[in-house]
Ligand binder design. Structure first.
Ligand code: ACO
Length: 432
C-alpha cells in the first residue's frame, strides 16, 4: 500500500506558485509531499528535531497521540498485551500477521535453535570493567555478532531471515550473560525446553547450583512489558536503525546503533532515571512537591523523568497498562515497593498542576515499567536493556520495511549553514 494523493496545496513565494500534493494515510493523517520542493524551488524545509516531518510511509505502527491510541499492524497494544505472548507479537511485527499454531511453533523452534552465542564471544564479557553499563556491552556485543555470523553480507532474503532470528534470540542471551558477569557469577545457558520469557528469567536468576523456579506471574508480566515496548513508529532509535540501514550497513550494525540511541536519557534511558529520581525523592523525605517545583523551573535542567512525550498529548496507553502490571506483580509477590506510593503521589499532583496540564504532560511508558522490573528483581542499570529486548522486533521490522521499500534512499537530511563565510588560512606563526 502506498500513501494516496488526497488534495493539493499551493506554495506562493513572491510571484511564483508551486502546487504540492497532500497525501494521506489509512487513518487520515495528512502530509505535504515536498519531494520535488528543492528541485523546483531551490528551497528546503527547516524542521529541527523533525517534529513536523514524515520520513517514510510505514505499515507497522499507528499512533494517535491526541487520543492515546497505539496499534501494531492494526491491533490495539492493550489487546495484544492482554491476549498474546511477546513471541507472537514479535512475529506479527516482522511477518505482518499474527502466527497460527504451526507458525508460532516454528518461530519458537528457530528462536531456540539460535539462542546460544559463539563460545568465543563469552570471553568478551570478562574484559569489560565491573562498572560498565550493560547498554554499552549490549551494543558492542550486537555489532560483534556480524563478525561471527558474516553471511548476512550477501543481503539475500534467506540470510536476512536467519539474521533476524539470530538477533532476536541472542539479544536476551547477551543481556542475561552481561548481568551475570556484572555479579561475578557463572553464566547460565539458555534452555530449549523453556519459552522465550521464562528462558530469559532463568538465565538471569538461576545458577548452575541452584535452579530458581520460574514464577509464572513474573513471566506473564515480562511478556506484557516487552509487548508494550515492541514498536513506536519513527522514534529516535528506530529512526537511527533506519538511517544506518539506509547506508546498506548490516542488520547487526543498525540494531547496535539503535541500542546506543535508546540508551539516552531522553529516550529509553529514562526508565532508569525514573527509578533514580524516585529514590532521590525518598531519600529527601518523600518531598514530591519540591520535585514538581524544580521540574517547572526553566532555570533548572531538572525534569520529571517518565513524564511528557513528543507524540502523546494524552495519557500514554502503555503507561496505563504498565501501572496495572506493576500493581499485579506487587500483589502477587506480596512485596510493596515504597517507590510506588511516591510515583502515584507524583503522578496525582503533577496531573493536577496547571504547568503539566497546559503542556499536556502525562506519565509515559517509562514511568511505571522500571518499577515493575525492579519488583521482578531486575537491577536499575538493566532497565534500559529490558526496553531494548522489547523494542528489538520493532527495530527489525522497521529495518526490513526500509530495505523492502521499492525506492530506498540513503538518509541524508540537509541543513541551514550558519558558520563563518569563506576564510583564508593564516600561517600558524601569524595567528593570534
Ligand atoms: N518535566 C517538566 N517539564 C517538561 C517535561 C518534563 N518531564 N517534559 C516536557 N516539559 C516541558 C518543557 O520544558 C516545555 O516547556 P515550555 O513549552 O515552557 O518550554 C514543554 O513541556 C514541551 O517540552 P519539549 O521538551 O519541547 O517536548 P519534546 O517533545 O521535545 O520532548 C520529551 C519530549 C523528551 C520526552 C520530554 O517530555 C522529556 O524530556 N521528558 C522526560 C524524559 C522522558 O521521560 N523521556 C522518555 C520519553 S518516552 C521514550 O522515549 C520511550
Amino acid at each position: 500500500m502506498t500513501v494516496q494523493e488526497q488534495d493539493r496545496a499551493t506554495l506562493r513565494i513572491g510571484d511564483h506558485e508551486w502546487v504540492l500534493p497532500v497525501v494521506a494515510g489509512t487513518e487520515g493523517e495528512r502530509a505535504l509531499d515536498i519531494r520535488t520542493l528543492r528541485r523546483e524551488t531551490g528551497l528546503i524545509t527547516f524542521d529541527p528535531g523533525f517534529a513536523n516531518s514524515g520520513s517514510c510511509e510505514s505499515t507497522i505502527t499507528y499512533i494517535d497521540g491526541e487520543h492515546g491510541i497505539l496499534r501494531y499492524r492494526g491491533y490495539d497494544v492493550e489487546e495484544l498485551a492482554e491476549q498474546c505472548e511477546f513471541v507472537e507479537v514479535a512475529y506479527l511485527l516482522i511477518h505482518g500477521s499474527l502466527p497460527n499454531h504451526a507458525q508460532r511453533a516454528e518461530f519458537s523452534r528457530l528462536l531456540n535453535l539460535h539462542s546460544l552465542v559463539h563460545e568465543d564471544m563469552i570471553h568478551f564479557f570478562s574484559h569489560y570493567p565491573d562498572r560498565a553499563h550493560p547498554m554499552a556491552i549490549l551494543s558492542a556485543m550486537v555489532v560483534s555478532l556480524s563478525s561471527f555470523y558474516p553471511e548476512l553480507g550477501e543481503n539475500r532474503r534467506e540470510d536476512i531471515d536467519m539474521t533476524v532470528t539470530r538477533v532476536l534470540s541472542k539479544l536476551r542471551t547477551i543481556a542475561a550473560f552481561s548481568y551475570k558477569k556484572s555479579l561475578g557469577e557463572p553464566i547460565v545457558y539458555p534452555r530449549h525446553d523453556l519459552k522465550y520469557c521464562d528462558n530469559f528469567l532463568n538465565m538471569m536468576f538461576s545458577s548452575p547450583v541452584v535452579k530458581d523456579p520460574i514464577n509464572p506471574v513474573l513471566a506473564d508480566a515480562l511478556n506484557k512489558l516487552l509487548i508494550l515496548h515492541v514498536d513506536h513508529e519513527q522514534n529516535c532509535s528506530s529512526t537511527v536503525v533506519r538511517a544506518v540501514g539506509s547506508a546498506e550497513a548490516n542488520l547487526y550494525a543498525s540494531i547496535s546503533a539503535g541500542i546506543c540511541a535508546l540508551s539516552g536519557l531522553l529516550h529509553g534511558g529514562a526508565n532508569q532515571h525514573v527509578i533514580e529520581m524516585l529514590i532521590d525523592i525518598r531519600a529527601n523525605g518523600g518531598r514530591v512537591d519540591s520535585a514538581i517545583e524544580r521540574a517547572k523551573d526553566h532555570k533548572d535542567s531538572y525534569r520529571l523523568m517518565g513524564f511528557g512525550h513528543r507524540v502523546y498529548k494524552a495519557y500514554d496507553p502503555r503507561a496505563r497498562v504498565a501501572k496495572q502490571i506493576c500493581k499485579d506483580v506487587m500483589a502477587a509477590t506480596g512485596q510493596l515497593d515504597p517507590l510506588l506510593d511516591i510515583a502515584q503521589e507524583l503522578e496525582f499532583k503533577a496531573l493536577a498542576d496547571p504547568y503539566f496540564q497546559e503542556r499536556n504532560l502525562y506519565p509515559n511508558v517509562d514511568f511505571y515499567t522500571g518499577l515493575t522490573y525492579r519488583q521482578m528483581g531486575i537491577p536499575t542499570d538493566m532497565l534500559t536493556v529490558m526496553f531494548a529486548i522489547g523494542r528489538l522486533p520493532g527495530w527489525v521490522a522497521q529495518w526490513l520495511e526500509m530495505r523492502g521499500d521499492g525506492e530506498p534512499r540513503i538518509v541524508r537530511p540537509r541543513q541551514i549553514y550558519t558558520g563563518p563565510g569563506k576564510c583564508s588560512v593564516i600561517p600558524i606563526d601569524q595567528r593570534p
